[in-house]
Design a protein around this ligand. Sequence first.
Ligand SMILES: [Zn+2]
Ligand SMILES: [Zn+2]
Length: 270
Amino acid sequence: MKIWDSHMHSRFSGDSEADPVEMILKAQRIGLPGITFTDHLDWDFQEEPGLFDLDIPKYNEEIHQLMDKYNSQDFNINYGIELGLQTHLANRHHLLLLENNFDYVIGSLHVIDGMDPYYPAYFEGKDPTSAYNHAYECMLENIVAFNEFDSLGHLDYVFRYGPAKELGIDSYDKYKNIVDEILHYIIAHDIALEINTGAFRKGLKEPNPNIQIIKQYKNMGGKLITIGADAHSPEYVGEKFDEMEKLLTDIGFKSYQVFKSRTPIDIPFN
Ligand SMILES: [Zn+2]
Ligand SMILES: [Zn+2]
């Protein structure tokens, strides 16, 4: 079966030049049942101010025009957003969601102490273990400060960067306690865990979060999962989804979720 891609970017995001129509056509070409646009909004992105200030009125208008044009019996488009969490933005995010009718909201940590670990500065002068541990601590602090999102994006994102790949640092082994606290929190608050295949393009051999973490989420009673390729260009839409279906069903998930009007819809794997 083909899986709905619940995480993708277009030229409304500061780091993508993709025409949203091209994303749609690619998804249709490979037979996906639907996609959710989740363009970036990272307010107060200090390293490149304004880069991820999403133009919401324009985004809203254009995506809804595309929905009118392309939605059919076999293919649908949902309107989502990827919110970059920072604790001081909690109230602004709360108001944003009151004022906008997104189908789906991903909460993602891209900025730690004002720095995106995508840039090397975050790791400078820190030993790797504490740099990664600190990222998880910030994630927990952020989701406690603001939990009004539907799915937690790429939980171990920070391991895409820094020395983890080179040194073979696992994103769960040394960090079990803090990762379990994060998982416990999202399960208790009915927040889904996102399975993000963008990790493979960054040279990781497993999705974000890694397989151990996905298994642990299941063991702890987690039931809600969303799946996204985090494509910033059409070629990556739906990337590695066949592998993910096998992985997730092997772990014991019988279905995955797609959010419409902020409500999870259960889609069985079969
Ligand atoms: Zn992200
Ligand atoms: Zn993304």
